[in-house]
Design a protein around this ligand. Structure first.
Ligand SMILES: [Zn+2]
Length: 143
């Protein structure tokens, strides 16, 4: 691992809660308030959580200018398995097929799909759909 002094300073400041970080499509943003409460909105577990982006509606430039935008169309989820990873998978399915309907008896899948649809409906209502981030998206490519 390469030693990055800036990263070390940032981690030190963050450990003292002088600011909080939020990842947006690989861009680390600083927020003056905590973006996470430590409770998963999908399964209700307490612990290490992440902000899951149901939709990347904004460009990196937009969220760097206004980090509050990066809180829109998000939900708080368990750090990795199952909630956040399932959330990412469901978003990828919807990116490939916006009309897809996911029917499942699994409560995690049902909850995330419902949250995903609600977030996209809000995004459309706000006039932020389709995503503006398409051009600078690292991982999603139009096929
Ligand atoms: Zn969870």
């Amino acid at each position: 691992m390469i030693h990055n002094p800036l990263k070390a300073i940032r981690n030190w400041l963050e450990s003292r809660k002088l600011f909080y970080t939020l990842n947006y499509h690989g861009t680390r943003l600083k927020l003056p308030y905590p973006p996470r409460t430590g409770v998963c909105e999908v399964c209700g577990k307490h612990g290490k959580t992440n902000r899951h982006h149901f939709w990347y509606a904004f460009t990196r430039k937009q969220v760097m200018e206004d980090p509050d935008l990066a809180m829109l169309y998000t939900g708080e989820m368990c750090g990795f398995w199952p909630c956040h990873e399932m959330g990412n998978s469901i978003r990828k399915l919807i990116e490939l097929d916006p009309e897809i309907k996911i029917v499942s008896k699994n409560s995690i899948i049902k909850t995330i799909f419902a949250m995903q649809q609600k977030a996209i409906a809000q995004c459309k209502k706000d006039g932020n759909y389709p995503k503006k981030a398409e051009k600078d998206a690292k991982t999603t490519k139009k096929r």
